[in-house]
Design a protein. Structure first.
Length: 67
């Protein structure tokens, strides 16, 4: 059976992870949350993961240690 271009099956539901990369402030988090919802997957944000592990915001880490 063929899938339509916008369907979850056409986007690889059940396949491996989807990773979004790009410059800061380009909408990766927004797009990632929407894509995860569409595919029925869990969304993970690397900035949030870093902040949980370190107890500091990414901005604080950049200020203290540089980019």
């Amino acid at each position: 059976m063929a899938t339509s271009p916008g369907s979850a099956d056409a986007l690889g539901a059940g396949a491996g992870p989807v990773v979004l990369v790009g410059m800061m402030a380009t909408g990766k988090t927004t797009a990632g949350r929407r894509l995860a919802a569409l595919l029925g997957r869990t969304f993970q944000d690397s900035d949030e993961m870093i902040e949980r592990r370190t107890g500091h915001t990414v901005a604080e880490l950049w200020e203290a240690r540089g980019e």
